[in-house]
Design a protein around this ligand. Structure first.
Ligand code: HH2
Length: 382
């Protein structure tokens, strides 16, 4: 089954529309301030120009288009607006997404991850860290045994599959002795995914979107696990930053994610098990990451929940104005700002290192946006 990559880009200001126009050649001159907010529907593999629709007058505007375009646009709107209330995981479990975005805590059992490398190589410490994250409000914890950092942090060491398994397995088993909360395994390798799911992982987070290991698709299908398809330019983190140019950043990345999702569906992985992730920092320029965050909403048109990982990444450091050798604490304000952007763009999952702070940050945003009548009484009297 082919997933359609026609995308709806909501544009609430003329500056946003101008940015979209710079990729697509939308004729801006035809738009007055009164037309905002608008939606731009960009048709994948289509010679026709993008369709720009005033949101307030959507139905009337669409009837003016030829039937074939109207039908595709309506389907893209329907996919973009479809509520995603849960994600199906292994063993019949579910990740509740009704209060999205939920927090995915990161535990890297590696000596060399760019931000927490070496801290949780000891399995006891990694287990304790994961349990602390659940305690602090993480909905899921992502355990990884291989660094996929870009080369500017020093080339990540390619590690044999046995080594990766020996790092993550005791951690997953250790967590499972104390908790049955949702667990994810961050790996590109089918053998690691198999062992991790057998030990209790519920979701496979593949940063190569099924392109690194030819066995991975069948493995996830067999395991009936959830699957995060993350976009990376190429399949090698060591060279992914060599060329970060895209003809149309959002559309190109979305088309590759659509192809990966089609491959998963063809292998029998159900729609309600799949999450897509634009892969911030994985073959993206600093500005490219901002474009992806700014237009994140468009990825919802693929019809799956969207995950975003900006935590402590290089572009966050750069744009929040902290030095290259900055501490975790110095990177935190930028990481929280990226969470706010991901939330505004409809993200279902935010992948973070600082769970306590991220959960509190999201709680505060929720409180501000929740009318008093719907706030818990306890919060109102404090
Ligand atoms: N980022 C990293 C690793 N895995 N998975 C998803 N779905 N999305 C991401 O953005 C993502 C990811 C890189 O961060 P980290 O795990 O902290 O670093 P390293 O790869 O050096 O271990």
């Amino acid at each position: 089954m082919a997933i359609c990559a026609d995308l709806v880009f909501p544009a609430s200001t003329s500056a946003l529309l101008r940015e979209i126009a710079s990729w697509d050649g939308v004729r801006l001159a035809t738009f007055a301030q009164a037309d905002f907010p608008v939606d731009v529907v960009r048709f994948d593999r289509s010679a026709s120009p993008p369709v720009v629709v005033s949101r307030a007058r959507r139905a009337a505007t669409l009837t003016a288009f030829p039937a074939s375009l109207r039908e595709r646009a309506l389907q893209a709107f329907a996919r973009a607006e479809r509520p995603r209330t849960s994600l199906s995981l292994a063993r019949g479990r579910k990740l509740d997404l009704t209060r999205a975005p939920v927090v995915m805590g990161v535990v890297n059992v590696t000596p060399d991850s760019f931000s927490d490398g070496g801290r949780y190589l000891d399995s006891g410490r990694a287990v304790a860290r994961a349990l602390e994250m659940f305690e602090a409000g993480a909905a899921i914890v992502d355990v990884g045994g291989e660094s996929t950092r870009p080369a500017n942090y020093g080339e990540a060491e390619a590690i044999p599959v046995e080594e990766e398994i020996s790092r993550v397995l005791p951690v997953i088993e250790g967590i499972r002795r104390s908790s049955d909360r949702p667990l994810s395994i961050d790996t590109r390798k089918a053998a690691v995914a198999r062992e991790a799911v057998a030990a209790g992982a519920d979701l496979v987070n593949d940063v190569s979107a099924l392109r690194y290991d030819p066995e991975m698709t069948a493995e996830v299908g067999r395991a009936d696990a959830g699957l995060v398809l993350m976009h990376m330019k190429g399949i090698d983190p060591r060279t992914m930053q060599a060329d970060t140019s895209y003809a149309h950043p959002v559309a190109e990345i979305a088309a590759e994610l659509a192809a990966a999702a089609s491959k998963a569906l063809d292998a029998g992985i159900a729609t309600d098990r799949i999450v897509v992730d634009p892969g911030l920092g994985f073959g993206k320029s600093p500005e490219g990451n901002l474009i992806l965050l700014r237009h994140l909403r468009a990825f919802a048109s693929l019809g799956f929940p969207v995950a975003v990982g900006a935590s402590r990444k290089g572009f966050v450091r750069r744009f929040s104005g902290v030095p290259e050798d900055s501490s975790d604490a110095e990177r935190l304000p930028g990481s929280l700002a990226a969470i706010a952007a991901a939330r505004a763009g409809g993200a279902a999952i935010v992948r973070v290192h600082d769970v306590v702070e991220s959960v509190r940050f999201l709680k505060m945003l929720d409180a501000v946006e929740t009318p008093a009548a719907r706030q818990p009484a306890e919060a109102l009297t404090r």
